[in-house]
Design a binder for this molecule. Structure first.
Ligand SMILES: *Cc1c(COP(=O)(O)O)cnc(C)c1O
Length: 340
């Protein structure tokens, strides 16, 4: 099987496993796991922040990050297909007591005009107060799109004194694709999360970064939610290994995704615009093909290729370090024969 459902499906390599089994460990609830501490410091430095917090998932890092910026009853603005709005099972409402209002834009892009119109700093006794804006970079359901309006939004929010939350699950991809440093994005946000278990190939883990004070609070809430760690250095070691070895190579995944998009665009014209595939995710729209998502997913599976549906007419193909260029060529050929 060639599994292109997600970049989370990777297995730790032998070298990553060796790094995990030789990591120095301690009890992280006491702040005594040296490997966890090293990971948190490393990621905070890479992202231009004072402090970091290792979390079991990106959803937890987002939950803690948004919580730190938005009080219960407040709102965070985000794009309507953002992971925090669509794919965290309502956690921000159910756990944080936070509501969302959304803008909608092609590829999940920042739309400054819409955001300006949504921001409600203090409109009187009937209106929920906007406490933060959240941006996803790259944008998952937006087809791995890089947020090109990021700096302009950060400038605007800074001028208004409104904090920015960055869901940077795949910030590494944005950095590699643009040649920018991860810090050039993340340092503009008051709280930012990154995943180690997506394209970087670690089996588990995300990191939330922010000020020392914000992270101190988030650490209390992580424990309160039952997600304190003990000897989690075995997992943090995988993250450190991934940061050292698996960031620059994301360029290969991005080239593979672009090549897949080109094949799909030829087989099913209009389904995808290859020049808009900027990173490692291809979202293809089947509307014009007359085929359903379920049909295509099933046919692909029967031919040894796993992909996922992410909307009524949308398929998602995600490249990663356990799918070689040859695997991706084969998968693209299978999908092309199904679509045409
Ligand atoms: C995967 C992902 C997350 C976090 O997912 P977990 O499965 O909870 O680790 C957050 N944001 C985006 C954009 C993602 O793609």
């Amino acid at each position: 099987m060639i599994d292109l459902r997600s970049d989370t499906v990777t297995r730790p390599s032998a070298d990553m496993l060796a790094a995990m089994t030789s990591a120095p460990l301690g009890d992280d609830v006491y702040g005594e796991d040296p490997t966890v501490n090293q990971l948190e410091e490393t990621v905070a430095d890479l992202l231009g922040h004072e402090a970091g917090l290792f979390t079991v998932t990106g959803s937890l890092a987002n939950l803690l990050g948004v919580r730190a910026l938005v009080p219960p009853g407040g709102e965070v603005l985000c794009e309507s297909s953002a992971h925090i709005a669509r794919a965290e099972l309502g956690g921000h409402a159910a756990v944080n007591g936070v509501t969302t209002r959304t803008w909608t834009a092609p590829s999940g892009q920042i739309d400054l005009e819409q955001i300006r119109a949504l921001i409600a700093p203090d409109l009187g006794p009937y209106f929920v107060v906007t406490s933060a804006v959240s941006v996803e970079n790259t944008h998952n359901f937006g087809g791995g799109a890089i947020q090109h309006g990021y700096d302009a939004l950060a400038d605007e929010l800074e001028a208004r004194g409104l904090p920015l939350h960055l869901d940077g699950a795949r910030l590494w991809n944005a950095a590699v694709a643009t040649g920018r440093t991860p810090a050039s994005y993340a340092s503009r946000a008051a709280a930012a999360s990154v995943c180690l278990s997506k394209g970087l190939g670690a089996p588990v883990g995300s990191v939330l970064v922010g000020s020392t004070e914000l992270i101190r609070e988030a650490r209390v809430w992580r424990k309160r939610l039952g997600a304190g760690w003990r000897q989690a250095g075995v997992l943090a070691a995988a993250g450190l290994y991934a940061l050292e070895h698996n960031v620059a190579r994301l360029a290969e995944d991005q080239a593979n995704a672009r090549a897949i998009a080109q094949v799909l665009a030829d087989a099913a014209p209009g389904s995808v615009k290859p020049d808009q595939v900027e990173t490692n995710i291809v979202v293809a729209d089947l509307a014009a093909t007359g085929k359903t998502v379920a049909e295509v997913v099933e046919s692909a599976k029967a031919e040894g290729v796993l992909i996922g549906g992410v909307g009524a007419t949308q398929l998602r193909v995600v490249t990663h370090l356990d799918a070689s260029a040859e695997d991706c060529r084969k998968a693209a050929a299978v999908l092309a024969s199904i679509l045409s």
